[in-house]
Design a protein. Sequence first.
Length: 230
Amino acid sequence: MKQLVLDIRPDAPPTLENFVAGANAELVATVSLLASPATAAQLPARHIYLWGAPGSGRSHLLRAAVDAARATGRPAHLLAAATVEDDLPETPGALLAIDDVDQLGAAAQIALFNAFNRARGNGQSLLLCGPAAPLGLALREDLRTRIGQSLIYEVQPLDDAARAEILATLAARRGLRLADEVVDFLLRHGRRELSSLREVLDALDRASLEHKRPITLPLLRDMIQQGLEI
């Protein structure tokens, strides 16, 4: 828990430094190596595939890796799979990141397969993510095989201790104190994604200021009765 990076303001852009690693330290380090052309060659494979449940941070990592690559001078492209048609950028030496590969259409799947084939020749690296391990992707077999030859990491979810520490830190940054019973209630009964927990904290912050009440379980229960979704 001492290794958690907690610079996670709601308006902070996603970076590799403010991704809350938890059990994903090796994954984050590997993605960081891939982002830089100076270190990508140290990896045992040119490409990385990340998979995990919604809210696990896959998209955060892709956006952060693209920004990190650009900061080193490496060209980088970030694409949502649903927007890909029948071609992909062929920029030499680029990092090509594609989010939600399970949403690739038929022509886009061929385009990604071709990108794998030419990657060694044009120096590209592919950073892909999806909701399941390669065998669980509803994609053409030759493409699933290529994805399966990448470095593969499952993005591990945070445990409750990490979530509790994050909530307490976010609250402290705003000058708030969350009662332990509020944190326990949110973790037992609320949505567990960090984005959802941040939204609830925002609502609690506003209600506390408006009603001049501390953030306690009675305040949270009142807000739930008034329609707050946790």
